[in-house]
Structure formats: C-alpha cells, structure tokens
Design a protein around this ligand. Structure first.
Ligand code: KG4
Ligand code: ZN
Length: 363
C-alpha cells in the first residue's frame, strides 16, 4: 500500500509548525515563530504565544501545502500535538487540527510532543543535497538524506527550553519509558537565564554557544547537578540546573562587587561545559545500564555545539551509535508530529476521534 501522506500541527510553545510527510519522507516543514515578540520579556509569554499561533496557523498550513506540492485532499490523515506544553497554545493547534480533519473527513491523531521529537529522527529528505561539505554536525550521522534506519531500542535525550528528559524507547508507538527528567529548570531555560545574566539577548542558547567558542571551558569550575554518589542513588537519570544557574549568578555578582569586568566568553564556555558534561554523562550511563548501544538527541539544546561534540566523543568511547537530527528538525516543528502520525497510520492504530483536549501536563 502507498505510504500515508500526513499533515502535522505543532503549537505547544512559541513555534507554529506545520509539516507534511509521506511515510518517512519529508515533504514540507513550515515554521513561524513568535520568538521576537517574547524577546523583550526574556522568555515565552503564554498569552502572546497563543495569539500568535491563531494568527500564523492558517498561513503556515497554506505554506506547507504549497511547499509539499500537494492539495489538502491528498492527505490521508492529520496529526497534532495534544501535550505537554502551554495550555492556550496547544488549544489553538488542537482546534485547528480538528477543524481541518472534520472539513476534509480525514482521521485525526493526537500525538505526545516528546515522542514527536523522536519521530523527527525517522525522516528522510526526499531530495538529499549533493554537496561536498556536510552541514554542521552532520558528521555524526552522515549527510542529510543518508540517515539510515532508526534502530530500536534506543535511549533518547530530549533537551529544550521546556523539557529535559531521558527516554528509553523500545517502541515509538507504545513503549516509551521515562528514565529521568529535570527536577527544576529545563536545560534550555538555564541557557536562557544565564545568557540574561551575561547581558546576552533571548533566546540565550545560540548566544552562549557563540560566546563560548572563544572561551576556556576550564576557567571556572561550575557545579554538575545531581552527580554526587548520594544524589545518584535516587536521581541517577535526573537533572538539575537551578543550582548551576545560581552558581553562575553568584560568580558574576562577586566579580562585579570586586569591580572586575566579566569574562563573558570564559563564563559561557565553563557554563556550557557543565551542562554538556552532565547531559552526556547521564545519557551514556543510561545506554550502558540498559545495554542499549544507541543514543538519539533531540530538542533545541541538541543544536549546541559542545553538547553535540561531547556526545559524539563519549558515544564513540562507549561504543554507542549516536543519531542527531538536522538542526531544523531538532527545534520544535510540525514535521516530527506528522512523522509520528504517519507511523500510527501505517501501524493501523485507531484514530484519536474528536473528544480529546489539550493536556498541558501530559506525561
Ligand atoms: O526545542 P526548542 O526549539 O523549543 C522548546 O520546546 O523549548 O528549544 C528552544 C531552546 C531555547 O531555550 C534555546 O535557548 C535553546 O533551545 N537552544 C540552544 C541552542 N539553540 C537553541 N541551547 C544551547 N545551544 C544552542 N545552540
Ligand atoms: Zn520540543
């Protein structure tokens, strides 16, 4: 049978994402972001995000359909993120997806945002670019389009502005185990807060990454959360970044009180090193403990150069195969939701119907 053509809608945070796939082939990935509107508040404002989704969703659907070169009638199903995320933001996407599915008389699938991030890793580019220089970070998994098959089980490390989760994925559709998660701030949130301390603009992740490139990662010994023997007993796969953030804040305050200037590059590099160290050490430990020699990265923080680099180093040393999606599929997008939807259709799963709502705290 033909591979299902699925449109996926993602509105859990500040990205309005609409993707279209045919089975595992990526046809379109249109994203509109309200990031700029939140910048002056230093973080995502839920009310602004929801209103922005309402304004951008229809044009983004139109753009995705045009990019994919299909007609809405060609769709076999619609998929949508139903949680976790910002309640009001999710409701806009869920309502739009229901309207679309009802109007087109197509089945509708509700998808968990976190599992969607893993779905991103299934996708192939229909028209792989033939270029001599692989895109940044592509050395880890070959040139886009030449991605091989996703092998299961795999450990997945999902790190973004809203979540920091370590998953054991035995089956994408019905066997995803949460091994651990952050007990306070998400990793991306820590990047954004530390950037603010250093006077860098929002979102802070890419800014810190850039500043850190010329800094010394050993300049300042910042703490690694939940890594002491005592913590590991109860929180082997959990993360904590608020102590690290506070430690950076205190360090900067002390330096300012002493009348010294802030060595932004060194602080950024030392902070980035602390985050990358903990994330990759715990992810590799999970692979070892569970005898799973595969690790997959996802989420906006997986775009971080040091997170990618250290993951590659440690995975190689541990004999773990590492998969990192292209940057455009790491950050929130609709293609990953469409991808998971296509898997659900192909596996013959029953559609979700229309009675489901948005669940901001979906496990
Ligand atoms: O996955 P994403 O686009 O949206 C959420 O679901 O949150 O992730 C956004 C987060 C932001 O906190 C941003 O600062 C962080 O990912 N981020 C980075 C980098 N690029 C984006 N953090 C560290 N290094 C980066 N290069
Ligand atoms: Zn996300």
């Amino acid at each position: 049978s033909a591979e299902p053509v699925v449109l996926g809608i993602e509105t859990s945070c500040d990205e309005t994402g609409v993707g279209i796939v045919r089975g595992r082939v990526l046809l379109a990935n249109a994203v509109a972001s309200s990031m700029d509107e939140h910048a002056r508040f230093g973080g995502v404002v839920p009310e602004i995000a929801a209103r922005a989704h309402l304004e951008s969703l229809t044009p983004t659907i139109e753009r995705a359909v045009a990019d994919a070169g299909i007609r809405l009638d060609d769709l076999d199903a619609v998929a949508v993120t139903c949680g976790p995320g910002l309640a009001g933001a999710l409701m806009v996407g869920v309502s739009a997806a229901k309207a679309l599915a009802i109007a087109l008389q197509k089945p509708l699938y509700a998808v968990n945002h976190l599992v969607g991030h893993v779905g991103a890793d299934l996708l192939r580019d229909p028209d792989p670019p033939r270029r001599a220089d692989p895109p940044r970070g592509a050395g880890l998994r070959g040139v886009a389009g030449d991605v091989g098959e996703l092998e299961l089980p795999t450990v997945a490390l999902l790190v973004s502005g809203g979540h920091t989760s370590l998953l054991l994925v035995r089956d994408l559709l019905d066997d995803v185990e949460l091994l651990g998660e952050t007990i306070d701030d998400a990793a991306g949130e820590a990047f954004d807060k530390v950037a603010r301390l250093l006077g860098l603009p929002y979102p802070g992740g890419p800014e810190i990454d850039r500043a850190a490139a010329s800094g010394d990662p050993r300049a300042i010994a910042f703490p690694r959360g939940l890594t002491r023997a005592k913590d590991l007993e109860r929180h082997r796969y959990d993360f904590s970044f608020s102590g690290l953030k506070t430690s950076v804040a205190r360090w900067v305050e002390r330096r300012e009180a002493d009348g010294g200037s802030i060595p932004v590059a060194d602080v950024a590099a030392s902070f980035r090193e602390a985050v990358a160290d903990v994330l990759t050490a715990k992810a590799i430990a999970a692979c070892r403990d569970h005898g799973v020699p595969r690790l997959l990265l996802g989420g906006g923080v997986a775009a971080n150069a040091r997170v990618r680099g250290l993951a590659a180093e440690r995975a190689a040393a541990a004999g773990v195969a590492l998969r990192v999606p292209p940057l455009s599929l790491c950050t929130d997008n609709g293609a990953m939701i469409a991808s998971l939807g296509a898997q659900l259709v192909a596996a013959g799963h029953a559609p979700s119907g229309f009675a489901f709502g948005a669940d901001s705290t979906l496990p």
